[in-house]
Design a protein around this ligand. Structure first.
Ligand code: DX5
Ligand code: ZN
Length: 219
């Protein structure tokens, strides 16, 4: 059974007190914590890696949804698993053999996510991976990955609609520029896993923002 999942991105939080910020988001109603890992190579920005995730894991409960915006994601599967990640979402564009990587992630017990950038189309190769039950979630990026606080790209809803038509039970995540004001657009297209960084963390009342989004994304 598909569920509405609200996953605030901790990228917009106060990174100097990350564990407290995570706990606060959990208390305010986060279903998952979305952890944006950037390597300064796949995307033009750096954030944090498995060492920080491991430290957070000691203090923070809940589901760690790791979004790997890195080159060579196949190199870090074990590290993130050991660090306590619950889901490993890699970028489709970053690897040649996605099938192999999906299998390696699955073997650790983590859930498998595949992310696609705005300019990447949904190819047959991706559909075949979903058909083979190797993918737990597809992340449709609604901004160019790299930074929080960018403008939502509504064109991307075509991809969400296409996937939702084909896969009524697939977790479909959207990430980038999502705020209370456009939540209805992504909900209507069929997304059920909502990432929002600035839209929640910078909201005057993050608890209210998450409750509002959750109510709008009904499955
Ligand atoms: C962008 C990241 C997003 C980002 C979302 O590359 O993948 O998760 O933190 O932030 P907002 O919601 O502010 O666009
Ligand atoms: Zn992200």
């Amino acid at each position: 059974q598909l569920q509405a999942i609200i996953a605030p991105s901790i990228l917009s939080a106060d990174l100097s007190s990350l564990a407290d910020e995570c706990q606060k988001l959990n208390d305010q109603g986060a279903d998952w914590l979305h952890i944006d890992v950037m390597d300064g190579h796949f995307v033009p920005n750096f954030t944090f890696g498995q060492t920080v995730v491991k430290c957070l894991r000691k203090k923070v409960k809940g589901f760690f949804d790791c979004h790997l915006m890195i080159s060579e994601p196949q190199k870090w599967v074990k590290d993130f698993h050991n660090a306590g990640a619950d889901q490993y979402t890699f970028h489709y564009e970053a690897v040649e053999n996605q099938e192999q990587l999906c299998k390696e992630i699955k073997e650790t017990g983590m859930r498998v996510g595949i992310a696609i950038k705005p300019k990447t189309q949904i190819e047959d190769k991706l559909l075949q991976l979903i058909d083979s039950n190797l993918v737990d979630m597809v992340l449709i990026m609604t901004v160019e990955p790299g930074f929080g606080g960018q403008k939502f790209m509504q064109d991307m809803m075509q991809k969400v609609e296409l996937l939702r038509r084909k896969y009524p039970k697939l977790d479909i995540q959207v990430d980038g520029g999502i705020v209370c004001e456009n939540i209805d657009i992504v909900a209507k297209a069929g997304a059920n896993v909502i990432v929002s960084g600035s839209g929640i963390v910078n909201h005057a009342d993050p608890k209210k923002a998450m409750a509002f989004m959750k109510e709008r994304v009904q499955f």
